[in-house]
Design a binder for this molecule. Structure first.
Ligand code: LLP
Length: 438
């Protein structure tokens, strides 16, 4: 992946940095990002729009991995930012991310979170439901402050890896249904509002999608609705946001297309429908998360104990697990690995890489094909940049790992490892009187 290579010591390098050296400096588990790869992906998305001469915003869906430093890189790359909570918005503000490029998502934003969005004067709120519409009206009217919004709709397409289905109505907790009049009611409530400007529509049809037709279908469904709204309400959407979900290659079974291929499909639908119906070309916004950070991340672990179940398998345990990567336990997600300190050794064995959490399901890889591991080896698990740290927990009170960015032979710590002090920082010991103590 990306700038990964093997040096003359037989060590895995990322961004020109020896990963074994990194483990000596920062310990394990350690999440290492290849920043050049993140930048390459961001550029690929942006250039696909630029080549077609289409105005666009590429928003990094930061739920995939949120930290001040990654927001700084996203800012440097001219990306917009998708946040889904007050916490992500707070992090973006701490990174001094341009507020006008922040889009705020979520199916249950609180009144306080919406006020925070107004305080920060962010670029756009993606409105999800009728309660939110009422809250937005109230906040904007009482503050006499403007806000741009997109309406999140569910186009009746459900997609995941390898296939997609279309349904009349989508059974989803998100957004306004496109087919049963909800989306029409929503736009009617807002499009003439003195403080709220409806920029257009948004949809997100799923994650880790390989199927270009799913994106085509969604784009068509939204364009049709936009055309209908022009007829019915004389209302024109200047923005069409088609979400994220572009699949990446975790293992050889995954066969994603180049990120630009998905964008080109969307462009094709929007260009041809606007021409056919003489509709003004909207800006296209997208929100990739996984496809920007997924394969840029690699987790380094140190191996400890191992156990052979004769005739069945060998378990090799590492010093992290479901606490820093819940995806195998939660979604049966598959990963590949290598022995980072002995990359040139022959692949001797198929082993199960287990975590250290007190739970039988805490296995990172069922069948890893790696050099026979010995205690103290460094195992690299690839493609762990998305939905790992952002979904990490302190299960078993394991401290969360440190994170390092590597680029051009340089490395920088961007999230420090949690300490035991961090782990108990919110705990409050029982308050007892002297009498109770004695
Ligand atoms: N936009 C919206 C509105 C979303 O809900 C999501 C992801 C994205 C964009 C970014 O999607 P991506 O490009 O990353 O596929 N935790 C799961 C994935 C959950 C995705 C949630 N929404 C996993 O680890 O596979």
């Amino acid at each position: 992946y990306g700038t990964q290579s093997v040096n003359n010591l037989g060590h895995l390098t990322i961004g020109g940095v020896d990963t074994v050296d990194l483990t000596h400096m920062y310990g394990t588990p350690l999440l290492v990002y290849d920043i050049a790869l993140f930048k390459e992906r961001a550029t690929a998305f942006k250039e696909t729009f630029a080549k077609a001469g289409i105005k666009a915003q590429v928003a990094y869906a930061s739920k995939a991995f949120s930290s001040i430093a990654i927001y700084e890189v996203a800012k440097e790359m001219g990306l917009s930012l998708d946040v889904v909570s007050g916490g992500e918005l707070y992090t973006a503000a701490a990174a001094d991310f341009p507020r006008e490029k922040i889009h705020f998502h979520g199916n249950n934003k609180s009144y306080t979170e919406l006020q925070f969005a107004f305080d920060e004067k962010i670029g756009c709120i993606v409105v999800d439901n009728f309660l939110e519409i009422e809250m937005l009206k109230e906040i904007s009217e009482s503050r006499k402050e403007k806000m741009n919004v997109l309406l999140r709709v569910t186009p009746g397409v459900e997609a995941s890896t390898h296939d997609y289905i279309t349904t009349g109505q989508e059974d989803s907790k998100f957004g306004f249904d496109l087919k049963n009049g909800q989306a029409d009611d929503a736009v009617l409530k807002l499009y003439n509002h003195p403080y709220i400007t409806v920029l257009g529509m948004h949809c997100h049809i799923g994650s880790q999608i390989f199927e270009t037709d799913a994106f085509r279908f969604a784009a068509e469904a939204l364009m049709e609705k936009m055309i209908e709204w022009r007829e019915k309400f004389k209302f024109i959407c200047p923005v069409l946001n088609l979400g994220g979900g572009f699949g990446i290659r975790y293992t050889e079974e995954d066969k994603p297309l180049h990120p630009s291929a998905y964008v080109e499909e969307m462009e094709d639908v929007v260009l041809s429908m606007t021409r056919k119906h003489n509709y003004p070309m909207p800006e296209i916004w997208i929100e990739p998360g996984r496809s920007l950070v997924g394969d840029a991340g690699t987790t380094l672990y140190t191996t400890g104990s191992s156990k052979e179940v004769p005739g069945v398998r060998t378990y090799v345990a590492v010093d992290g697990g479901m606490s820093d990567n819940i995806r195998p336990a939660l979604y049966e997600a598959k990963y590949t690995a290598a022995t980072a300190n002995r990359m040139l050794d022959p692949h001797a064995d198929i082993v199960t890489i287990a975590g250290k959490c007190c739970e039988s399901g805490d296995k990172l890889i069922e069948d890893a094909y790696i050099a026979e591991p010995a205690e103290g080896d460094i195992i690299a698990v690839f493609c762990t940049g998305a939905y790992t740290y952002s979904m990490a927990s302190n299960y078993n009170r394991l401290p969360k790992p440190a994170i390092v960015f590597c680029e051009n032979g340089q490395h920088q710590l961007v999230v420090r490892r949690e300490t035991y002090e961090d782990i108990i920082r919110l705990d409050i010991p029982l308050q007892r009187t002297e009498q109770e103590i004695s």
